[in-house]
Design a binder for this molecule. Structure first.
Ligand SMILES: Nc1ncnc2c1ncn2[C@@H]1O[C@H](COP(=O)(O)OP(=O)(O)OP(=O)(O)O)[C@@H](O)[C@H]1O
Ligand SMILES: [Mg+2]
Length: 389
């Protein structure tokens, strides 16, 4: 076959430094030759491949690569967690895989599919390795309080099948800043020695420190320690940072994270579903969930959870109370969870509240919905509304 000598020499020379992608391509060439009946040439590539494969399996970089995914010891209940030397308090909390949440919080389709793409990379780890690619293993999750960020981070760990080493960075700050750097160093070296997802929660705590003008030098040291440790963890395990105050984070910290995922507050379309999951086993009409979502518009998933907890108690204590009068009480007792405008509307007269619901363009409550919320007929509602005009 013309030029085969040159092709063979090329392959031999390239395979002296084998990679999985190269082996894959030479293998394709071999298969193509075989298909064309060029048995002799295919055989000679086969023997080159055999030698290259065994060299590749033994090469230090290959061995190191196969360790990257699950590097280190398994964490057990006997594993010693590093502690703050001054106060002896543990620097991290361990969540074993069995303790991690099975359900992903309820997010919009866009957010959910972005999250799933991160998980797929880990599930296809071996395939990616064949192409010398590595799954994203640093992820910054940011967004408003109570939007399910910590829950999501734990869910990600569950999907990957690793326990979580949860570090609350505000707790890590020692009153002695020198100790803080040491704590950070100890934690990262613990994470490096164990198979785990390192979850740095309340990540902005370090950034906030920078506002203290008296500690400039020390703070720089703390931030640098953090940056260095994040760098050296680039190829090991999985690191997740979580923050509510992303604007406080240093751009240098932002850059360290391959995936930067913003978790928005639930949209008004999504909120009824979130409330519904927290209400289980109580069952309400769809329009009642929509009404509750209207009441706590712009609130977070955590607020919806609080509302459900509160309502279950109220319902148990007084089963005859209507949903509207329960939620009025809730609005008085949870002023921070319901915005001022909605609270005012809820505390107006029944008729004014009915009219506000009927005129809300976004939620588009129908007359029959509002009538059923207030336990009256549609014609009675209609009469009441025409009197208001
Ligand atoms: N979109 C959602 N779907 C379902 N549950 C949610 C959602 N958002 C929040 N939650 C629930 O609210 C609670 C608080 O969530 P989590 O602690 O993860 O929020 P967070 O964003 O980390 O809050 P913070 O910023 O205050 O730390 C959890 O029980 C979580 O399951
Ligand atoms: Mg959190």
């Amino acid at each position: 076959m013309e030029y085969f000598n040159i092709i063979q020499a090329l392959c031999r020379s390239a395979l002296s430094n084998p990679s999985s992608a190269l082996i894959h391509q030479v293998d394709r060439l071999k298969a193509a030759l075989e298909k064309d009946g060029k048995t002799k040439e295919a055989k000679s590539l086969s023997s080159l491949l055999e030698t290259a494969n065994s060299a590749f399996d033994m090469s230090p970089s290959r061995i190191e690569k196969s360790f990257i995914k699950w590097k280190g010891d398994k964490i057990t209940s006997k594993t010693q967690i590093p502690v703050d030397k001054e106060t002896s308090t543990p620097l991290a909390e361990i969540f074993f895989v069995e303790e991690l949440p099975v359900e992903l919080p309820i997010f919009s389709d866009n957010v959910r599919s972005a999250i799933e793409s991160v998980v797929v990379e880990w599930k296809e780890y071996d395939k990616l390795q064949e192409l010398s690619a590595h799954p994203s293993n640093t992820c910054l999750i940011y967004g408003a309080p109570g939007t399910g960020k910590t829950h999501l981070a734990k869910w990600l760990a569950k999907q990957i099948g690793l326990p979580v080493v949860l570090v609350r960075l505000d707790g890590l700050m020692s009153s002695f800043l020198g100790t803080t750097s040491r704590n950070i160093g100890n934690l990262f070296s613990f994470a490096e020695k164990h198979q785990c997802v390192l979850l740095l929660d309340e990540f902005d705590a370090i950034a906030k420190l920078r506002n203290d003008p008296q500690e400039v030098g020390e703070i720089k040291r703390v931030v640098n320690t953090l940056l260095q440790n994040l760098d050296s963890r680039k190829t090991i395990g999985f690191t997740i940072g979580v923050t509510n105050h992303e604007t406080l984070l240093d751009p240098a910290i932002w850059r360290r994270f391959e995936v930067q995922l913003e978790i928005p507050k639930p949209s008004f379309e999504l909120m009824p579903d979130i409330i519904k999951t927290f209400f289980i086993p109580l069952e309400l009409e769809d329009v009642e969930f929509k009404f509750l979502a209207w009441c706590i518009e712009n609130a977070s998933g955590a607020d919806a959870q609080m509302l459900a907890k509160w309502y279950k108690r109220a319902y148990f204590l007084n089963k005859d109370e209507s949903l509207v009068s329960s939620i009025r009480k809730f609005s008085l007792l949870n002023s921070g969870r319901i915005d001022q405008r909605k609270r005012n509307l809820l505390l107006h007269s029944d008729d004014e509240l009915k009219s506000a619901l009927l005129n809300d363009e976004r939620y588009s409550f129908k007359q029959k919905d509002v009538a059923s919320l207030f336990g009256i007929t549609q014609s009675k509602l209609s009469k009441q509304m025409s009197k208001l005009k």
